[in-house]
Write a protein that binds this ligand. Sequence first.
Ligand code: IDP
Ligand code: MG
Length: 152
Amino acid sequence: MERTLLIVKPDGVARGLIGEVISRIERRGLKIVGLKMVRVSRELAERHYQEHREKPFFSELVSYITSAPVVVAVVEGADAVRVVRRMVGATSPAEAEPGSIRGDLAMDIGRNVVHASDSPESAKREVELFFSPGEILSYRRADEPWVYERSA
Ligand code: IDP
Ligand code: MG
């Protein structure tokens, strides 16, 4: 099983979309193994978005993600990074497919409701940035044999 980091960004929290986003993840059959609300510090934001530090939108991006509380989740499942990225949709909501979170719930690239790790390597780095090992819990979902043909 693979893990990925999902963030309901400040606009998603402020718009009352925490449940909507988490519910989509749960209904897909993905498992929430870590979940908390945090106010992201500038230092954490700059580390999280380090790959974008030279981009013209970097300072606005850091201001946005630090402006109000976010909800961060560690999401586990088969091919979780790819599955969650596809559920999130394209970065620009105008390009995001209907049915995706951004394609259904967002209008502006600077207010695109969610973040999801883009590769297994980023997922590992991002999960470790936001969560200590003790904050990630292991449990069995009752529907696992119905979600996966070959569940452990
Ligand atoms: P992603 O969130 O789909 O992985 P990235 O390219 O990694 O997209 O960009 C990180 C975040 O930076 C985006 O989700 C969005 O909030 C913001 N962003 C990306 N490109 C732009 C832009 O051109 N203008 C404003 N904000 C942007
Ligand atoms: Mg990204």
